[in-house]
Structures are given as structure tokens and as C-alpha cells.
Design a protein around this ligand. Sequence first.
Ligand code: IVH
Length: 694
Amino acid sequence: MTTPAAVLVDSAAYAQAVEDAVKASAAYYEGGTSTLDDDTYDRLVRGISAWEADHPDEVLPDSPTGKVAGGALEGDVPHTVAMLSLDNVFSAEEFTAWTASLARRLGHEVTRFSVEPKLDGLAIAARYTRGRLTRLITRGDGTAGEDVSHAIGTIEGLPRELAEPVTVEVRGEVLMTTAQFEHANEERTGHGGQPFANPRNAAAGTLRAKERAYTVPMTFFVYGLLPLPDTEAALAARLGECAHSELMAESSRLGVNTPATTAVAGITAGTTEQVLARVQEIAALRADLPFGIDGIVVKADLAADQRTAGSGTRAPRWAIAYKLPAVEKITRLLEVEWNVGRTGVIAPRGVLEPVEIDGSTITYATLHNPADITRRDLRLGDHVMVHRAGDVIPRIEAPVAHLRTGEERPIVFPEVCPRCSSAIDTSEQRWRCENGRNCHLVASLSYAAGRDQLDIEGLGATRVVQLVESGLVADLADLFTLTRDQLLGLERMGETSTDNLLAALTVAKGRPLSRVLCALGVRGTGRSMSRRIARHFATMDAIRAADTEAMQQVEGIGTEKAPTIVAELAELAPLIDRLVARGVNMTEPGAAPPAPVTEDAAEAGGSEPAGGPLTGMTVVVTGGMTGPLEKLSRNQMNELIERAGGRSSSSVSKKTSLVVAGDNAGSKRAKAEDLGVRLATPDEFAAVVADYLA
Ligand code: IVH
């Protein structure tokens, strides 16, 4: 859904709007942080357009409406063919209206569209002479751009040498992937700079920076291929006749990166319905992509249609950008709260002036840790860029430093634990209460009793509070010493509830080691890591005997994680001893302890048990399960996959062997289809793993 255009009441409001838009646009293209987020900018420009339509004689010369790139900086390298912008639509209705107007102009319906992601970076023209990359030029004002050839060699996907010695211009988008963006900000703040607010700004700033002590890589995706004046005539003629999809295939053959390497590859579609279906698929895949997109670009694919439709001064008539809702907004950081988690970690959380992003009102956003706050120089009252995509927890990307008024206040870090006033261990990036998991005992016990851990029925948060407040339980092991009389002595505990809880506790004692380990809440491990550790070592004794080297034999545990896990287990030793004494199971059914580590065994990656129908397979489960799997939680499904010899994963990639897609499976199913990954229904999958169903 799109937000309405800004309403401009008079010529003064119009002039102000033009000035604001020009300023924001300049900041955007110069690589600074814009004063307006994309959504607000779009609304403003639509408001300006509407006012201009009613007052055609009063249009100001700097108005962003007639310009490519909203009036970006001009450069001094002329483009041989103008680098145009795109018109936007915001809904299926607007898109259908656009196709109808294009059909009227052409005199026939479009029968072949190309549909590709609208990459959220900046446009660049790369000139190749006899196959060698000789010049990089920004879009600038569309007719001339800036020479940024100094960036040659820092952009992945834009090779210095093409596969053939042709003279051509490759046009496309330079952007930073999420990983490149994180790296760029580490480098920048490490060199004393302000972090970039988002990958787009980071790419723009990096591309323009000429002399910098360090280089940060970026990524290129092509969306156009055209001849240059020196191009051999036959090739120029051939390119002029190619459909857009053919030009993309040709670029790829020459060695240039295209979206075909991603989950949102360009496709061709014959009808408006097919285009809209692909728009929905790309929208669903957006949150999982390793780079930003802000829409979908739909083009008439055939060269003849493009020629007949022609172009306006700002944008071609044969292409349109179908914009997706913004995932970033600027709002104010009002407060920072410090919350203690179940392992005693003290995590900061930003309280925001409520802001709507893609249909939800956001009032909180994660801040990673105190060092991160300091590095990014965040202050209370700051305007901040907030990012939220899909179901991901919103995060604060960076302050918009030039919107500061001087009234901003420093963020005060706690000196003692905000929960129990104990001292704080600040030796690691994530601060922790020295009281550890006993600080927020209710949270740590509730987690241990949860469905994916010990699954103790009848032990909800209220009951945990009661047990802790009555002094009956001071740690996890105390749960298993509770007597009938003690429980009956508690308020609202009748005979039935008491007997049920005692029975549930007895069942809990017999849970597999992976569940017990997870219940302990070892920092650096979650459900799937606990399962991998338990399956690898098979017994708690073997886990406790593991040094960091042995711990690294478990898949997914590297040099950084291993010491934390080993130290955590040492810290938990007294508690584990007490759990053992109370009869809690400490073995993993079906797993065998590793053989003593010899070099050969270490190279082979430890001693994971082989066998089972899913051996060697990576399986992703999505959607609602039905049939024999109906009652299984996601965690139980993952346990089942691993019992049957497979590996469970939550995200679909080229490495995924199978996706079990149940009711209402969404983006993961779409991605699997896109990548050609095998799909199974819950019933088909149940048949494969029938012997392993508990
Ligand atoms: S085609 C003549 N295709 O979006 C056609 N542009 O808002 C001009 N963009 O200036 C561009 N992904 O910087 C095209 N797949 C794509 C694109 C794309 C991103 C950018 C490009 C353009 C801007 C317009």
C-alpha cells in the first residue's frame, strides 16, 4: 500500500517542498544520509507533481519532477545515450493501467515482458574497449556523469576483462550486499568515520571517495547493454535488435554479473497476471535477500516494442518500476532500555517515536551492545534510520547526524545490573550481570521448561514466579527436588495440578541430552546447535571432557564460539552435577560418542553417525504440517530430520536438498521453486522418515 501524496496548499509550500526535495536528492546522490527517507521523498515528489499539474505556469526550474535522478549532481563525462530514470507504480491497479496505456501506444497488447528486481544501489555505466574496462561513469543528471574509474577493481561482478574483446557499454546498479555493508561500516568507523546509514548510502559514498586508505568491495548487477560509437557495426546492429532478456544473457556470457545468479532472477512473462505473480514472489523473497531491492522493474522485452513506445525526457515509456513498501524510515530515538535476558546478558533496546514501516507501527528497535552504541555515536533525541524487513526484528542502522539540533543527550550506560544491582562483567562486547543466569531466574527457568526444551507441562511463567518467590526453587536442579507437600502448600495448587506437575517433571528428567543442554541456556548455542553438540558427543560426560579443539569438531563451531561454550560448560558444572544427582538424563538416544580424535578423524569432521534416509541432505521445513506430522513443532520436525540422518536448516539456498512445504508455505517455497530445489508435501516426507517418527 502506498501512502498518499503530500498536500501542498500554496506556492510557498510548493517552493519549500521543491527546496526540501532538491536537498534530499543531492544528499542521496552524493552519498550522504538524506534528510528524508525514500517513502517521504516519494510522497513529497508526488505532492509537487500534483501541484504542478494544477499550476503549470508556476513550475520552478529546480523541480525534481522533470529531472532524471531528481536533479542530481552533474558530471563532466557525457553519456552517449541518456541514462534515464523510471516512472513508478505502487499497486496492481496502477500497474494494470500502465500496461493498458502502453498497449494503446503500441497498438497491440504486450506479449512479452521482462520482470526483474529493482536493485537498491546506484546506476553506473561501465565502458569496455575491446573487452577491457576503461571507464566508469555515474548517472549524474542523465546526460553527463562523473568519472569514477578509480573504483575499477573494487566492484565484484564487473570484470576488468570481458570474455570477448568487444567494445560495449554495460549499465547496471552498484550496491553493497549486507555483508559488504557491515564490512564497510567496520572499516569506516575503525578509521574514525561516521557509519553509513544504509547499504545504498554506503555504496554511493564509497564509489565517490577517491583517496581512501582502505578499499571496500561492492557488487554490480547489470540491467542494460548497448553499443558505443566505436562498436563494430555488426555488433551494434545486433544489440539494437536484441530483446532485453537476450541482452541480459549476452552480458552474463561476457562475464558480467546478472540477477540470474540470485533468488530473484529476471524472467519473461506473457501476461499481466504472470507479471503480477512474479511481483508477489519477488516481494516474498525480499526479506531473505543478501542485498536490498526497492521494487520490481517491468520492461517490454522486445526491441521493436521498446522502439515504438520510445522515451520521455525523464523515463522510458516501455519500462516501469513497481515500488515495494519502504523498509526504512527515519524517526527519533527517545530512550534506551537495558533488559536482562535469561543468561544474564544486558541488552540495550531503543525506544522510538512510533513510526509505521510496511503496515506495522514500530516502537522498539534492537541496538546490539554498548560498544556498538559508542562506535555509532548514537545519542538520545537523535533522528535514526530504522530498518525492518519481513519478520526480522527492527534495528537502528545509524543516526542522521546532520539533523542534530544540539539538544541530543548522551546515552547513559548502566553501572550496575538494572535488574539485581550486581556488578556488570564488561569484558566482552555483550555485557553480562555477574549474577549470570540467576539474575533473571524466572526467565531462565521459563525457557528451560519451554516446549522446545524440557517441555514441562503445567510450568508456565506464573507458576515459575510462584516457585521462585516462595523460595522453593533457586535454580534448574531445584525443580527436580520439589515434593508433593511443598507444591500443595502453594496458593492455587490443588491435588490434580500438583500430581500433574510432578508427573511432568518425571517425564522431563528423561528428555534427550540435546533438550537438557538447550534448557541450560549455554551462551552461543540455541536449539539446533544443542542438538548438533549432543549428537556429536552423545553424553554429557563427553561434552564436559571436550576442550576447545574437540568442541570445534562440531559443525558450526569455530575458533570464536568454541572457547565461549567450553567456558560456559565449566561455569555450569555445579548445576550439571546437581541435575545428574537428581536423575536427569544426560545421554542422546541414537548417538555414539566420538572416537578419540586422531588427525584423520579430525579431517573427516568427527564421528557423526551415518545412515538414515536423509543422510547427506539439508532439509528445510516451511508452512503448516499435516497428516502424521500435524502435531510436531518446528523444533520437533528438525529433531526428526536429524534423527533420520539429515541436517535441518531454516533458510533455503542452492545447497538445500529438500523443502518440506506444508499449508500456506510462502517465501521459502517460492525460493525453492526458483532455485529448482526438490519439494515434498508433509505426507510424502512422513513416508520417507516413517521409521524415525517417535
Ligand atoms: S532500467 C532505461 N532496471 O532504478 C531504463 N533500472 O529509479 C533505465 N534500477 O535509474 C533503468 N534496478 O538506477 C533498470 N533492473 C533495473 C533496475 C534499475 C535498479 C535503478 C536504476 C534506475 C533507477 C530508477
